[in-house]
Design a protein around this ligand. Sequence first.
Ligand code: GDP
Length: 194
Amino acid sequence: MDVKKAEFIKSAVKPKDFPPAELPEVAFVGRSNVGKSSLINVLANRKALVRTSSTPGRTQLINFFDINSILTLVDLPGYGYAKAPPDVRKQWGPMIETYLAKRENLKTVVLILDIRRIPSDGDLEMLRWLEMYNIPPIIVLTKCDKLSKLERARQTALIATAIKREKTMMLPFSALSRDGRDGIWQEIERLLGL
Ligand code: GDP
């Protein structure tokens, strides 16, 4: 994708505040600090479309972005931050589940995993939700630059076993080298019908 336009549309919590569901939509999700903001910024070719390492104590919002006026990119708040206040953590589940259940133009969710880590309960729960709401996932294994080629292959196999979805495609990525960017866009475009 040759990104010519990448613009913030709005933030929202409830469906009544979401922008009109006119364009096909892709959402990004993962545990806090996994590298979600870095991935989105590389995909959008922007240094800081999304702020990195956002403070998890504040109210969590769903952020909508326009890409080339042909698709909407959605940044969902991260999960699993141990120090987040209980009320922030309590709001997260219902907000995300409502979005996944109600957003009719949502075509795929990019679930971001750290290639060095075994998926958490939160990651597995997210995969179950996507299955339940019939949303095809794209799994991105990020921070690949931190491992050797051999370690990467080993971790990829361990993660595939942990998520019990041997057939789900897992795409390697590095925000440092930008390796994997084109393959991720191709998969998004395919699932959005672009
Ligand atoms: P978020 O909380 O999921 O949005 O994560 P961020 O994008 O803010 O990244 C968290 C930390 O991981 C930051 O220090 C990033 O610089 C670092 N990071 C993110 N992606 C990569 C990557 O692909 N490679 C390396 N080496 N570091 C990364």
